[in-house]
Design a protein around this ligand. Sequence first.
Ligand code: DOR
Ligand code: ZN
Length: 343
Amino acid sequence: MTDTLTLTRPDDWHIHFRDGAAMRSVIADTARVFGRAIVMPNLKPPVVSVADAEAYRNRLGEATAGSAFQPLMTLYLTDNTRAEEILRAKASGFVHAVKYYPAGATTNSDSGVTDLAKAAEAIAAMEACGLPLLLHGEVTHSEVDIFDREAVFIEQHLAPLLRNYPRLNVVLEHITTRQAAEFVAAAPANVAATITAHHLLYNRNALFQGGIRPHMYCLPVLKREPHRLALVEAAVSGNPKFFLGTDSAPHATGSKESSCGCAGIYTAHAAIELYAEAFEDAGALDRLEAFASFHGADFYGLPRNSDRITLKRETWTVPQQLPMGEDFLTPLRAGESLRWKVV
Ligand code: DOR
Ligand code: ZN
């Protein structure tokens, strides 16, 4: 049995840092392990311009001063995003992608796109200049069952999008279904996907384990076991289209333990350790490095990190709460044990 695991320093290709004091509380969890992270733009108000992204990047930089961590910025696509903003983003060198949220799909998505056709000008500019489009791949119509929203998005929106923009670089974020894993695997090389640790480790039973479990609620919501198995198969396959994106999403404990709890699972405190468990359970620890440290950098056209991190087999207990500004958050596995630890 392997007791230490040394990897090229990984990157997190999808994370929520929030802003202000909350951001300053959580960002170190990522910065101490990951070289870079694609930073989601769903702040209040969202990051819609290169100027917004630059100001936010400066705040992230101040919060991680002295570390080599690099935040990779994104813009929030709206019905009003203009082609010239896309070209400015590409030219900036620090905006690496544009995020699509269907309006109303999830946390702070009210400014999201109401119809992909309205964003045609911006998407054409992304295709022309090579700036990737990151998709929250769910439809939002109330008549579509919440467990089917990703599969319906793929059929109704993703397939036509790729027909209309065949050279557009697309990342289907935080995939949760067999349909998504199969679609991405069969698509051309410009289409990739991120997979979270929680979707590799849990199925939807975790939402109702002995009672309702608000800290297991995220969007897209956890799915049935056959979908989890399809995600594990994709993650450990060695296929470069699949890479690490935690979607770690901090919310104060009180806003999750509520009559209308927020979506989002916090995993940054133990991200690589959680992925190591998932890969080990699949008998594929030797595949973790490519998934965590190579495939994403290659897809984004960035150099792979050159230094390394080491994990040790060691059982430790996750704290019940972690600070989040003046509040606290409840991390995944709070009060429970993990079997790997970054040294
Ligand atoms: O669970 C989620 N939380 N899904 C998202 O798409 C957004 C995220 C958040 O920002 O909290
Ligand atoms: Zn997210």
